[in-house]
Design a protein around this ligand. Structure first.
Ligand SMILES: [Zn+2]
Length: 73
């Protein structure tokens, strides 16, 4: 059975559009996989960034607290 041939919008390669292909119908399996990996990477990076920001805020708050204590004593 032949599948329809589509042109990938990312790499311009032609690929067979199989009914069980995950992701977008206008992206070849390679690009779909690459994009899924990239999306996963970005998500974890955002989480790390958020954590780093929280840590930085905590550190700043603690530094400020130490400064205040030092002023009091
Ligand atoms: Zn592609």
């Amino acid at each position: 059975m032949a599948y329809p041939i589509k042109t990938c919008v990312i790499c311009k390669e032609e690929f067979e559009l199989k009914p069980d292909k995950p992701g977008f119908a206008n992206r070849c399996p390679d690009c779909t996989e690459a994009e899924a990996t990239e999306a996963k990477k970005n998500r974890s990076m955002d989480a790390d960034e958020r954590k780093n920001m929280r840590d930085a805020n905590d550190a700043r708050r603690e530094a400020m607290r130490n400064l205040l204590y030092r002023k009091d004593s």
